[in-house]
Design a protein around this ligand. Sequence first.
Ligand code: ADP
Ligand code: MG
Length: 603
Amino acid sequence: MIHILPDELVDRIAAGEVVERPSAVVKELVENALDAGAGQVDVHLEAGGRKLVKVTDDGEGISRDDLEKVYIRHATSKLSRLEDLFHIASLGFRGEALASIGAVSRMQITSRCRHGAEGACAANEGGRLLPVRPAGCPPGTTVEVKNLFYNVPARLNFLKTESTELSHCVNCVMRCALAFPDVGFTLLHNQRKVIRAEQNTTIQDRIARFFGKEVADGLIPIETEELGIRLSGFLGRPELGRHDLRRSFIFLNQRYISDRAVHAAIRRAYREVMPEKFQPVYFLHVGMPPDWVDVNVHPTKIEVRFLDGARVFSAVYKSIRNALAGNETCAAGLPPHGLNPSTGIRPSWIPAMPGPDPFFGEQAVAEGRGASAGARFDDPAGAGPRLSEKTPASHPDTGGLPGFGLHEQEEPIPLPERILQVHETYAVFETPDGLAIIDQHALHERVLFESLRREFECGGVRLQNLLLPSMLDLDPSQAARMNELCFDLSRLGIRAEPFGRDTLKITAVPALLKTIDPVTLTADILDRMMRGETGEQAYLDLLHRVACRGAVKAGHRLTAEELSALLITAGRIDFSGRCPHGRPTKVIFSKKDLEELFKRRGF
Ligand code: ADP
Ligand code: MG
């Protein structure tokens, strides 16, 4: 038999969603205060919030008439029409917090409008509303929630220790304080002060207060707009990296959110400068038009859904990456090495970089030599993607292949002075101020990654046709998706076509990676695709792996010319001081360091 549940029971069930623990009450009440335009919000807790949560604000207040409605489910002043739902500018809008909290506690709201003559008070005893009565109070609102879950013993049992519940409440107030640096906040627990943040401060002040000087001193400001998405706030220097997310904050239109895609985009950008196992520190405000995001997908609105997730990923990744690249301590490039780059031949394994080519000079770029020759994706009459190569007109002698044929010509290169390969792993050279040691694999990996990334960003990868096609056997799940995989591979610069039902015929690979066995390369990439990775994130991961596979290994003998060519190219890219996994590519000893090491000074 089907029952229609009584309102009281409906309210209790609904309360379970919104009010999970005391910190949820704190969150809802503080957000209401902020929506009411408060300049000061004071929170008092007892027993981790279980006995008492009291929030006082100096916001616009609630009129006596409205107090009559305040506990009614779906009663809100923030939304009136369906269209409003797609332009939410307030933190609340569902009109259910007060009804839900009232259903599972003894609650009282005392309020006076900013210009009202007197205040009023509305109480709710576990879902039973008492008549609104006049009350003396200053302008603003005080909400008291006592004995949370007194009528839901099962919920009480789920609560953790007082200190755990308190720490959730503290986190909640801290997030609001970081989102609204103009608003003053205090948090008292059992009469003891836990948080105090004055009005009209800056985010930096708040970060210093909550996380200490070390964090506050290690911040890189960010203020950008990319693809219509504004980013502002602070990024922690790589050294601040941690093993948890407790110093990683994302605010969307002043709402604290937890969004995996945004976190992933930030981490991805940080991978340039710190090892993957660390979690970067950041306090990032993301701003976008309210109709680009649906905040109504989670009862506590902590998760959101973006209209165009790929755009958000891309904007966040690019902005953070640029901010890090523009920061000297993060991007720390290579020192000048005194090599004369005006003449020489780039070895085939070192990619050309856009811009004036140090190996050929300005002219070479104008002729299309050396620099990336641009995008190659044609889609003739919807026949699916097809990669085509353009051969730079200036050297047909390369056998119709794009890329580096030219550089393999035997031409003399002037021997650079003072560069030495050590243990077939490192290069040592003199700098104007001391000496530098380079890890050849790490640096080459970075150079390859940068060049691949730039090629992709420009929309195309130069291809190298294989003299003989390579065959790769697919497993049944791969075979079932063969056409789709071929398309995705083509975006990565691997041209493959079905050959029979479960074999791929690989006919071209990225020119930069022609030294890798095409079957190994492709199988590796297919594995990732089969694990469900798509889009830019998987893409960049692949590039990392591809760069790693393609980079010269330790144990590989390089000539002085090759080493100097590598250094010259590295001088022209972002993040040349770190490999794509965040390891340093170089160690530098200044003259002063050397003098100290040899105790030449102060003796
Ligand atoms: P919502 O915030 O989603 O609108 P709530 O149940 O949290 O729903 O609050 C219901 C209504 O009560 C709000 O829309 C607002 O008009 C009023 N209100 C609640 N708290 C305050 C406050 N601190 N100051 C002013 N008005 C408030
Ligand atoms: Mg609310």
